[in-house]
Design a protein around this ligand. Structure first.
Ligand SMILES: [Ca+2]
Ligand SMILES: [Ca+2]
Length: 590
């Protein structure tokens, strides 16, 4: 373990102790179960119902496109705050959540596994739930949460101690609370749950601790496990408590017992395509980072998996970085879209991978369609082979094997392990037919070290220092044409971009910056049209909805996430950014 990493874990463990001081407040409101609420059918239609935001990504495809156009490229310059609501608390850190909006209430998660309900007209707090986190939690990359799911009378979210918690959405009282994994072995959870039919489907975090990535589907009413699919070759899946087939073939792409601690955390959650009934989950880095310790492709790490939503069986896989040696987690969202390419109507999906390539695949079969570089530089590969779908590796770009007890030969690598794109979700406009990708141009010095697995300890076998590679920017919001792989426009930002993107029928693209701005751009040209200083870095995902005849835009403000913890020289440059924890809501003046 590197010294930097052990320091980080100790710091976060100490910080997490705070949560124990903030138990859930007693509530005087009626605790009767709410009748009605959004159904699974409502969730499937979410993208087409602008009066609410019922799901992470605005619909099962998670295109983050809204049909609203009251706020548009001609008037967005006039947009003003409607209200702001503080999350409060002594500790703040990263606010990476996307709000949900239903029936006059905004539901949003906060750092330290908190969930808030605010009045969507006034911003007044209706209730707050604070998970009682144990002292020993081990989140790798800040105490963030990315959002909740809503269904019927429940609002559901994952907590840093690897639990899934369903609350009564009117009162904030716990309906069920299920342990999904063992936090003492390094598991945690930060993703927004995905609801499909009667199931709530989630992944896990912990790829820096030698955990085994898995996808779980639970009964949305009771929290009971329906199926589980471990994503590392050799592990058994389950369905209704019975064995349901091995993942891959044991020993086919792993040597010895390494598959038992193989990583592949499914930490960013998944998307869903009703047409194929597939859920798409990305998988993280193989463990340990030191690739010389685990010869082979290490399936199914650094991959996209298409999983049957009813049974948890893997229908196809596509590995973006076989035998990863750079922490190129393949977790990025796989976004279904339809397009006509060379006269042929195609059902596709796209993913902007941490490794710096933008992939388009057939979403029914996983068949490779195209891959194009979306960052300035890739030192580890020179393109993707269109026949095999595999990267053309540059062998000199792989950090060397440790010699005895010492460090291996360091290499300079770009992207850095924080990725050409990290967790922050892209958006797809049905109008412009472009993807808007929040990306970063940076590199790292990386070297390998000896390491052995120990339960609950960091399992990297590598050290690193992140560095900028451009004079004028790290962050770049890029409009990608998925039919050509070309970048149509880009907006460069000094600090690394770390927030999600929203696009609308008003010809707008919204995203936030660590410098504290929520910004709006012309979706066709990339021209910056509006910005607002929120007082802290914006690393959350914006949403929009219509209420009482007016269009609203909301985003969380609160600087944090992986960059300040892991960013080396880059983090030092942006250490003056203030922390925060505020929900901002905007609209046009009357
Ligand atoms: Ca909706
Ligand atoms: Ca990782």
């Amino acid at each position: 373990m590197t010294r930097r990493f052990s320091h980080l874990i100790a710091g976060l463990a100490a910080a997490s102790g705070l949560a124990a001081l903030a138990p859930a407040a007693p509530l005087s409101a009626a605790d009767a179960p709410a009748a009605g609420g959004p159904t699974s059918a409502d969730l499937l239609k979410d993208a087409d119902t602008p009066g609410d935001v019922l799901s992470y990504g605005l619909g099962p495809w998670q295109q983050r496109f809204s049909p609203l156009d009251q706020i548009n490229a001609t008037n967005v310059a006039k947009m003003v705050p409607a209200f702001a609501s503080s999350l409060g608390g002594e500790k703040q850190r990263g606010q990476e959540a996307q709000p949900l909006v239903y029936d006059g209430v905004i539901y949003v998660t906060g750092s330290y596994s908190r969930l808030f309900a605010f009045d969507a007209r006034t911003g007044e707090k209706k209730w707050q739930y604070d998970a009682r986190l144990p002292d020993g939690i081990m989140p790798c990359c800040d105490v963030v949460n990315r959002g909740a799911a809503i269904h019927g009378d429940k609002v559901i979210f994952a907590t840093l101690d690897a639990h899934l918690v369903a609350l009564n959405r009117k009162t904030g009282k716990v309906i069920w609370n299920k342990k999904t994994a063992d936090y003492q072995a390094g598991y945690s959870a930060t993703a927004a749950p995905l609801i499909v039919g009667d199931k709530v489907i989630t992944g896990n975090s912990g790829g820096e601790f030698g955990i085994v990535g898995a996808v779980q589907a639970r009964n949305v009413d009771t929290g009971e496990l329906i199926w589980e699919r471990p994503v590392i070759e050799g592990h058994m899946g389950t369905l209704n408590g019975q064995p349901n087939g091995m993942t891959g073939k044991r020993g086919a792409s792993w040597q010895g017992d390494l598959w038992k601690t193989g990583g592949g955390a499914t930490w960013l959650g998944g998307t869903y395509d009703p047409g194929t009934n597939l859920v798409y989950f990305g998988t993280g880095n193989p463990s340990p980072w030191n690739s010389h310790l685990r010869p082979g492709d290490n399936l199914y790490t650094s991959s996209t998996l298409a999983i049957d939503a009813d049974t948890g069986v893997i229908r196809w896989h596509y590995q973006t970085t076989p035998h990863d040696g750079w922490d190129f987690d393949g977790v990025n969202e796989f976004i279904p879209f339809d397009a006509t390419i060379k006269g042929k109507a195609m059902k596709l999906g796209a993913k902007a991978d941490r490794n710096g390539y933008f992939y388009v695949l057939d979403r029914g079969t996983g068949k490779f369609v195209s891959a194009s570089r979306f960052v300035m530089q890739t030192t580890w590969a020179d393109g993707i082979n269109a026949k095999t779908g595999r990267p053309n590796y540059i062998e000199a770009g792989r950090p060397g094997a440790p010699e005895g007890a010492g460090k291996g030969k360091p290499v300079f690598s770009s992207p850095s392990f924080l990725g050409g794109k990290n967790w922050m979700p892209m958006a797809y406009s049905k109008d412009t037919e472009l993807f808007y990708v929040p990306s970063n141009d940076w590199g790292m010095d990386i070297w390998n070290e000896p390491i052995a697995y120990k339960k609950g300890a960091a399992y990297l076998g590598a050290g690193f220092t992140i560095k900028p590679i451009a004079e004028d920017h790290i962050g770049a919001l890029r409009a990608m044409d998925p039919k050509t792989g070309k970048i149509v426009w880009e907006y460069k930002n000094p600090a690394p971009l770390w927030g999600g993107v929203l696009t609308t029928h008003g010809n707008l693209v919204f995203t936030g910056t660590p410098e504290g701005y929520l910004k709006a751009f012309d979706a066709k040209t990339g021209q910056e049209l509006w910005k607002f200083q929120t007082g802290s870095g914006v690393v959350g995902s914006p949403v929009t909805w219509e209420q009482d005849g007016e269009q609203y835009v909301a985003v969380m403000s609160g600087w944090g996430g992986a960059v300040p913890l892991w960013g080396g020289e880059v983090a030092k440059t942006f250490k003056e950014i203030s922390q925060g924890g505020m929900l901002w809501v905007f609209k046009l003046p009357k």
